[in-house]
Write a protein that binds this ligand. Structure first.
Ligand SMILES: [Zn+2]
Ligand SMILES: [Zn+2]
Length: 342
């Protein structure tokens, strides 16, 4: 099979992803073999490539996988050959620890992630345990469904963590794959809330897309929104939006940071942290880590009901390096997806 592998840490501009020929893997008794149809690209791939996340090299990246069941392990009961399924970032949790037992398997110490600790979907075939695959609602095309599995599901989790109530003001910092799905959830679930979207100053296309999707105001990070924010989600890899969001929030405001890692280049922004201005009045900051299987399942059902319309930009498997460079430069509109087979 054709597969893309990452062998070592590198700058993404060096185009480190290599197209190779590998044998099609064999499923163990609990696993299913998936013929990959589409795989979304995610900012986390940049963190893996550029050394901000521990990766088990060599690895096939990709954790927003849509495919068809090609072959069943001997003990598989949940799927049949030909079923269309999705695989997300969560690849394994132990099921036994306190976190797993209380529904927070995303925090399990034995958590393994697709395309990082185990091979993912930048390939023609991949394996997954039947317990970590999900049926995909009919109404989505393969490319539309792919970004629902990470950008959508983690955005859904982040939105839930803000505890937004209908009528409150929400700020979104950064408007890429995840935020453009979150705004569609907000417009459906909280019709009386106003959404204010902040981007880098030159990202007019992102601001236009935000307004088309119902943003009530758009501006540059650091601008003052028309109302004090009750909640905010930061989707960016930078520090400046954290400070700006804390400043734009009113009393009791909650900021959720939806990023696995922050880049260090603008760390000096943190020196601006002022207790009275940014934290007093019971403002809160919380990160969002991984997702649970329930997040993915609940979100897929909600996405079909709304319905979410992800805006996707398609690439070939061979174009993975170029797609990730565009993602890093903030040049993708909506979500990037590798279209691997039909
Ligand atoms: Zn992701
Ligand atoms: Zn556990």
């Amino acid at each position: 099979m054709k597969a893309i592998i990452l062998e070592k840490v590198s700058s993404v501009e060096n185009k480190p992803l290599k197209l190779v020929e590998l044998p099609v893997p064999e499923p163990s008794p609990e696993e299913i073999l998936i013929k990959v149809l589409a795989c979304g690209i995610c900012h986390t791939e940049l963190d893996e490539i550029e050394g901000r996340l521990p990766v088990k090299f060599p690895v096939i990246p990709g954790h927003e996988i849509i495919g068809r069941v090609e072959k069943l392990g001997a003990k598989v009961t949940k799927f049949r050959k030909g079923d269309r399924v999705g695989i997300a970032w969560i690849n394994f949790s132990c099921g036994e620890c306190n976190f797993c037992q209380e529904g927070r398997e995303n925090l399990c110490a034995k958590f393994r992630s697709t395309g990082c600790n185990v091979n993912g979907g930048y390939a023609e075939f991949t394996l997954v345990s039947e317990d970590f695959a999900y049926p995909i609602p009919e109404r989505f095309s393969n490319s539309q469904a792919a970004p629902l599995l990470c950008a959508g599901a983690i955005g859904y989790r982040a939105l839930n963590l803000t505890k937004l109530r209908d009528g409150q003001f929400l700020g979104l910092y950064g408007f890429g794959a995840s935020a453009h799905i979150v705004i569609q959830i907000v417009k459906y679930k909280y019709p009386n809330s106003k959404v204010f979207v902040f981007t880098r100053p030159h990202q007019k296309e992102h601001q236009n897309l935000a307004r088309r999707l119902g943003a009530d105001w758009t501006g540059a990070t650091g601008d003052s929104p028309p109302e004090k924010l009750n909640c905010a989600i930061d989707f960016t890899p930078a520090w400046k939006p954290v400070i700006c969001a804390l400043e734009a929030m009113g009393r009791g405001g909650r900021l959720v940071i939806n990023a696995i890692r922050k880049e260090n280049k603008d760390k000096d922004s943190l020196l601006a942290l002022d207790y009275a201005k940014h934290l007093w009045q019971e403002k809160e900051i919380k990160s969002v880590a991984n997702i649970t299987r329930k997040d993915a399942q609940d979100f897929l059902l909600l996405a079909a009901k709304i319905p979410i319309l992800p805006r996707v930009q398609e690439f070939k498997l061979e174009e993975a390096n170029e797609a990730l460079i565009m993602l890093k430069q903030g040049k993708l509109q909506g979500a990037g997806v590798l279209r691997i087979s039909d």
